[in-house]
Write a protein that binds this ligand. Structure first.
Ligand code: NDP
Length: 276
């Protein structure tokens, strides 16, 4: 059970990845994202999740470069955007991300969305990047079971991670099972339901027993399920508070009560039906 902010999962290739990290979707390039990353590192976070399309890789890289924490102690994830998918274009997009981040390697490089007709070529390029040692681990995002199955038909390397929308209202049991069976680590985006977890009635009632809010309970439940969580905030007090999830443990009954909240509700787009 993860017991500190630096506790890490071991991926299929033996690279370790912190169970907990900071998301920076909708964190503005410049001061906003730089402050968020700096506060997170100060609070003990060692994993940052960005993407080309978030348009804040430069700020993420700058905050990391300026921090006292060595680059190699920080796990940096970025993603290839949909319009860059394809073999050559992915190789170029990767170089451009490295350049903006000011880094010589990425810890985890992901296909952001399963763009039909493109993601297999994209994956071949990402396998190339991995073999060249420029990404320590590689994976996908927003892939459902059938998209993973299709990718695995031709993949040389099984994705080490699938980053998907995951929270008490969207649990996708078949995907959890498929990932477990194939050694793919799931990573939860929107883990605190865009903030709604903080006031969700069942989560808050469970949290009361531990002096925690509903966001803490959602995050703790995700960690206890063996899934990585990357909550986003640009406010220092929330960045610090959201990480206070290593000093309590949900009982099996509480875990089951949260499991029963599943209602297949998406806050974000459906990977089977998106048009961007
Ligand atoms: P989250 O579930 O992390 O919620 C973030 C929202 O909740 C923000 O509006 C934030 O506002 C607010 N918030 C943060 N902490 C609290 C709190 N304690 N109480 C109440 N509100 C709070 O959603 P995200 O969609 O941002 O997901 C997290 C990360 O996952 C992203 O930042 C990104 O890195 C990744 N992601 C990946 C996607 C993909 O396609 N692969 C898609 C979407 C996200 P404020 O900043 O003002 O505190």
């Amino acid at each position: 059970m993860p017991d500190t902010l630096t506790a890490a999962a071991t991926l299929a290739n033996d690279v370790t990845m912190p169970w907990f990290g900071l998301g920076v979707f909708r964190s503005q390039e410049g001061d906003e994202v730089e402050n968020a990353v700096r506060w997170a590192l100060d609070a003990g976070y060692r994993s940052i999740d960005t993407a080309k399309v978030y348009a804040n890789e430069t700020g993420v890289g700058r905050a990391i470069a300026e921090s006292d924490v060595p680059r190699e102690s920080i796990f940096v994830t970025t993603k290839v955007w949909n319009s860059d998918q394809g073999y050559d274009t992915t190789l170029r997009a990767f170089d451009a991300s490295l350049e903006r981040l000011g880094m010589s390697y990425i810890d985890l490089y992901l296909i952001h969305w399963p763009v039909k007709g493109k993601y297999k070529d994209t994956w071949r390029a990402i396998e190339r990047i991995y073999k060249d040692g420029r990404a320590r681990a590689i994976g996908v995002s927003n892939f459902l079971v059938h998209q993973l199955e299709d990718l695995l038909d031709s993949a040389e390397i099984v994705p080490m991670v699938d980053q998907v929308e995951f929270h008490p209202y969207l649990q996708q049991p078949p995907l959890q099972q498929f990932a477990r069976e194939h050694g793919i680590l799931l990573e939860a985006w929107s883990p605190i339901m865009k903030g709604e977890a903080a006031t969700e009635p069942v989560l808050t009632s469970i949290g009361r027993r531990y002096g925690k809010n509903g966001a803490h309970v959602a995050l703790r439940w995700i960690l206890q399920k063996g899934i990585v969580a990357i909550p986003k905030s640009v406010r220092q007090e929330r960045i610090v508070a959201n990480a206070q999830v290593f000093d309590f443990e949900l009982t099996p009954e509480e875990m089951a009560r949260i499991d029963s909240l599943d209602r297949h509700h998406r806050y974000g787009p459906d990977p089977d039906n998106f048009n961007f």
